[in-house]
Design a binder for this molecule. Structure first.
Ligand code: 2P0
Length: 343
């Protein structure tokens, strides 16, 4: 029919990010505006490969992740789709003799890591969706960030490679709650070792968990006061290639974050016995070395991300296997951090 537009298709590959200073707590739950700045490293080799098809007709939106259809009604996907429709309606209202906006979205996404196990799958997924939406609709970078954040707060950090800071922002319209990459973040010998302790779905979602923390934790306020200083310290250590200073701050933030989770009522117990064994193991290994050569960090789940330099990887794995034989139950993957954005 006259005026009908061709479908548009876009495919991108967007990596996950793991926070070094965690985002935990919102001051606006609808827009995903954080209470504190956070800092992350993008891990290029763990990614979501996402295809978005936009049909200019009325129909039901669909989302499939790793072959499994997702509920769209009332979901975060719908929130993102509705925002795009709203923007397009607004844009077209300024154009003469345009048809009303009929847009249908179809998403298929594949990840090369377990979803919903505290491995930042939603970050990669929503950053990928936002990237596709920008390419298809020609949105600005600021709009892309807004869409990624609307899907999942931490997704805003996956838009960039390397060391990325998400500023909480101070403007009432949240325009300045955006992510930025830290300059000169290439550290070729840095490695992330991801120990998958449990691939299962986490007990409480981050969204619900952090809200419960905001409502019940008295420690959270103190944590928020410290985040900016800790981010500055990690960035300075990164610039100076001072691994041990950086590692120390990363572990402190992880422990502080989980202390705040435990201070939530009822407590959010994301770590399990294997996680705690890994924590002990890292400290024993560092002590044995006489300096801090490895750091752990845990998100909202029991899986560990370890940061270390390339020449430490094999020795640590040998040590860990020998000492505690935990490697039998924990899958290990060695991933390189390149500090570059993927296409
Ligand atoms: C982070 N996490 O900074 C922290 C550390 C989990 C622990 O960001 O509600 O899925 O979608 O904004 O982004 C996970 O929170 O939460 C998260 P929403 P999101 O990576």
């Amino acid at each position: 029919p006259e005026g009908r537009r061709e479908s548009r298709v876009c495919t991108v590959r967007v990596p996950i990010n793991i926070a070094l200073v965690k985002y935990w707590g919102k001051r606006d739950q609808t827009q995903n505006i954080p209470l504190n700045d956070s800092l992350s490293l993008t891990i290029n080799s763990l990614h979501a490969r996402t295809t978005l098809r936009v049909n200019y007709e009325i129909g039901t939106d669909s989302v499939k992740i790793n072959g499994k259809s997702q509920t769209v009604t009332g979901s975060r996907y719908q929130r993102v789709f509705e925002e795009v429709r709203r923007w397009e309606r607004k844009r077209k209202a300024g154009e003469v003799a345009e048809h009303p906006v009929s847009i249908q979205f179809e998403i298929t996404s594949e990840t090369n890591f377990p979803v919903s196990a505290g491995l930042a799958s939603s970050a990669a997924g929503f950053a990928a969706i936002a990237e596709c939406l920008q390419k298809i609709f020609g949105f600005t970078d600021s709009q892309k960030s807004q869409l990624a954040r609307l899907g999942s707060g931490s997704a805003i950090r996956s838009i960039f490679g390397g060391l990325v800071r998400w500023r909480r922002g101070t403007q009432p319209n949240y325009e300045d709650s955006i992510a930025e990459s830290f300059p000169s973040t290439h550290w070729p010998s840095l490695r992330a070792l991801i120990l998958v302790v449990d691939e299962g779905r986490k007990e409480y979602s981050s969204t619900d968990g952090m809200q419960r923390t905001v409502e019940t934790s008295t420690l959270l306020e103190r944590r928020i006061e410290c985040c900016d200083v800790n981010i500055d310290k990690i960035c300075a250590a990164f610039s100076n290639r001072d691994f041990s200073a950086m590692a120390d701050m990363i572990m402190r933030d992880s422990n502080n974050f989980h202390a705040v989770c435990m201070d939530t009522s009822p407590p959010l117990m994301y770590l399990n016995d294997v996680s705690r064994t890994i924590i002990r193991l890292v400290h024993v290994y560092n002590e044995k070395n006489g300096s801090t050569v490895i750091a752990y960090t845990f998100d909202a789940g029991p899986n560990a991300t370890l940061y270390l330099e390339e020449d430490t990887v094999q020795d640590f794995l040998d040590f860990a296997t020998k000492q505690l034989r935990f490697a039998e139950s924990a899958q290990t993957e060695v991933e390189e951090i390149l500090g570059h954005k993927l296409d």
